[in-house]
Design a protein around this ligand. Structure first.
Ligand SMILES: C[S@@+](CC[C@H](N)C(=O)[O-])C[C@H]1O[C@@H](n2cnc3c(N)ncnc32)[C@H](O)[C@@H]1O
Length: 234
């Protein structure tokens, strides 16, 4: 193998792209998932399992957005949730995940290619929709976080409207994110949404945010419509 070949192989193993906007490029994800078996963005399930369990029961239908090669769905399955649909924009992520689930005998978990900005599901299909680090991708070229570019806001609102549409009445959107509440609140609390807005943090040192938005439960008091709940210890 020559030096260039070695260099290419080394480059392929790097975790980050050369610029953050690559995270918006489906080719980046296909390339990455061709070379990466498993990577958990933010934190793995053990860090927020207690927060998820408060909102989920085994009869629920669950949609995961941007599953990548995360093991979130397998852990949910171990916790008794069997009606799970995983989606990702990357065909490579989807194929790899299908193979992995098959090898583990978890054939009940469905995996399909889907763009979170154009969800191919009927209205009011899911009890719970979860994303971990997927919506954050839309913000990588947002510019000033206090005043994101109109193109970023348009994409985020398209995603949120789709999520709101395919959630059942009283369904819950769980968003696990780097994004801080003061930056996310104006988007989640847009007038077209009927969901309530609550959040907690998890993680040691750096804190990640665990948002829960319950459809049809928006508070009529005030226009903030959000509250922070007491954080249980892990
Ligand atoms: C930061 S990774 C998070 C992966 C996984 N959720 C985790 O926690 O490890 C973002 C994921 O979103 C996917 N993605 C990016 N844009 C997407 C879109 N428009 N629709 C669906 N998935 C998308 C990527 O392919 C990638 O798997």
């Amino acid at each position: 193998m020559d030096t260039n070949q070695n260099l290419n192989n080394t480059q392929k193993k790097l975790v980050g792209p050369s610029s953050a906007s690559a995270y918006l490029d489906p080719h980046y994800w296909d390339e990455r998932f061709s070379n990466e078996e498993h990577y958990e963005w933010l934190k793995d399930y053990s860090h927020f399992q207690h927060l998820i369990q408060a909102h989920i029961n085994p009869n629920f239908s669950v949609l995961e957005l941007g599953c990548g090669n995360s093991q979130l769905s397998e852990h949910l399955y171990e916790d008794g949730i069997t009606n799970i649909t995983c989606t990702d924009l990357s065909a490579v992520a989807v194929q790899n995940k299908q193979k992995r689930l098959l090898s583990k005998g978890l054939i009940e978990i469905k995996v399909m290619e889907a763009d979170m900005l154009d969800l191919p599901f009927s209205d009011e299909t899911f009890d719970v929709i979860i994303e971990k680090g997927t919506m954050d991708v839309l913000f990588v070229d947002s510019g000033d976080p206090w005043n994101p570019k109109p193109s970023t806001v348009t994409k985020v609102m398209k995603m949120l409207k789709g999520v709101h549409r395919v959630l059942k009445p009283n369904g819950i959107f769980i968003s696990i994110s780097f994004g801080q509440p003061h930056l996310r609140r104006p988007l989640y609390n847009a007038p077209e949404f009927t969901w309530s807005f609550e959040w907690k943090t998890f993680g040691d040192g750096f804190h990640y945010f665990f948002y829960t938005l319950k459809k049809g439960n928006r508070s009529l008091e005030g226009n903030e419509g959000s509250k922070r709940l007491e954080q249980p210890s892990i």
